[in-house]
Ligand binder design. Structure first.
Ligand SMILES: [Zn+2]
Length: 430
């Protein structure tokens, strides 16, 4: 295929795709099978370096139960009592909506259907009596199930990934890193079978070997943090098995514990910190000294600023979701959505990285820096940003404007076309 009149690094060129690669970039390449880019910017396909695919796919069929869509009890009651049959699956709940709701609250205010509502942390499900009955859980419980995702997989069917893939292609995403800690052999196989042509790296549990999965996901939360020794041994074993680690670190203590364990075990090139939501210069320097990669979510600053200002101690607020400081310190940085907990649109996240909320502007990035967080290669979030050049794999995204316009309104970007291995996988009709 030939893409004609594409803006590549500021110049209008034609581009010839052959055998899944960019075979040639030049002026005036002719052929029958061509796509007119009409002067819009052509960039490498984006890679979402941190996403939970199954739960995002399930979320597409879910009811939003938290801010900003739902902000009080009445709105929540209206949402969950919508017409229909079968399960109501709610997501994104936060206690600011209606407090610590439980089984009784749902029975009183919800529909006569099985209801399960997930807290936006992803760690708590709240079920009504009908739902508890179906999942065989103790009916006398208050219906609040913490960290119990496996026992409540609700039928253990994997969700249909097709609508989500279509959505990702429409954003220009051509690759993802699936980071769910509970990924095992079954999940791995399901993704491999169902996700093509989307490119995927899969993190997961210790029972995935290094050829299947480069990364062991380490996922501990305050206040249930294990000892330094336990984590150190886990890291050592992963490294011995030829795997890297990717450690979930949202709070200061979570991060400090992982860094101390990496000091003990020895960090290996490729080891990742997921989120690094709170870092001061001491922690940034420690991350740099260990040569770790940080995978951040610029979208959260925009999505959650209201509750950060309320819930995070004032002295710590300047340390939230830093971006520029990592880059300035030479820490290798990439980004992912953390969907379904964050917005899966990378352009929204880039906009959030460039235009941070008032009081948080110090960490803002340029549009080019923000974009580069999504151009890091798959399997190497710490690598050099991919480019559109001859010989590269033809994973491409055609924007709906030239880059000089796009960089000023990232939120208005609606890609016109997306290619994977030289094949058009998304084509915007209007
Ligand atoms: Zn995550």
């Amino acid at each position: 295929m030939i893409i004609k009149n594409a803006e590549i690094n500021g110049k209008i060129k034609d581009i010839f795709l052959d055998k899944g690669r960019i075979a040639k970039i030049d002026k005036n390449i002719f052929g029958d099978n061509y796509y007119d880019a009409k002067g819009n910017a052509l960039i490498p396909g984006l890679h979402d370096h941190h996403i939970h695919l199954n739960s995002t796919a399930a979320a597409i069929n879910s009811v939003i139960c938290g801010p900003p869509d739902v902000s009080n009890e009445n709105e929540l009651i209206k949402r969950i009592n919508q017409p229909g049959k079968g399960w109501i699956r709610g997501i994104g709940y936060h206690h600011s909506v209606a407090g610590e709701i439980d089984r009784r609250w749902l029975d009183k205010n919800g529909p006569r259907r099985p209801v399960r509502i997930q807290h936006r942390s992803g760690r708590l499900w709240i079920l009504n009596s009908l739902a508890l009955n179906i999942v065989g859980n103790n009916i006398d419980s208050n219906g609040r199930l913490f960290d119990d995702d496996n026992s409540i997989r609700f039928g253990s069917e994997f969700p249909n990934l097709k609508p989500l893939m279509k959505l990702l292609f429409s954003y220009g995403v051509t690759g993802v890193t699936e980071v769910t800690p509970s990924n095992g052999v079954e999940e791995y196989q399901n993704y491999i079978d169902k996700i093509k042509p989307l490119k995927i790296d899969i993190m997961g549990k210790s029972d995935l070997n290094s050829t299947k999965s480069q990364y062991l996901k380490i996922h501990y939360h305050e206040p249930d943090l294990p000892s330094l020794e336990i984590i150190t041994n886990e890291i050592k074993l992963a490294h011995k098995n030829g795997r890297n680690i990717a450690a979930h670190c949202v709070t200061r203590s979570e991060l400090m514990l992982i860094l101390a364990a990496l000091d003990e075990a020895g960090a290996v090139n490729g080891d990742r910190i997921e989120h690094a939501a709170i870092t001061d210069s001491f922690l940034i320097n420690w991350i740099k000294r260990l040569n770790l990669i940080v995978v951040t979510q610029p979208n959260f600053m925009a999505e959650r600023v209201g509750s950060y200002i309320k819930d995070v101690e004032e002295f710590e607020q300047k340390n939230l979701w830093r971006l520029k400081s990592f880059i300035n310190s030479g820490v290798r940085l990439a980004a992912g959505s953390d969907a379904p907990f964050g917005n899966s649109n990378p352009w929204f996240a880039m906009e959030s990285a460039v235009n941070r909320p008032a009081g948080f502007e110090d960490e803002s990035l340029s549009p080019e820096e923000a974009l580069s967080l999504y151009l890091k290669p798959s399997y190497n979030a710490g690598g050099v940003a991919r480019e559109v050049k001859e010989g590269e794999i033809a994973d491409l995204c055609l924007l709906n404007m030239p880059w000089s316009d796009a960089r000023l309104k990232l939120n208005d970007i609606r890609p016109r076309g997306t290619w994977i291995d030289g094949r058009l996988v998304f084509n915007r009709i209007n």
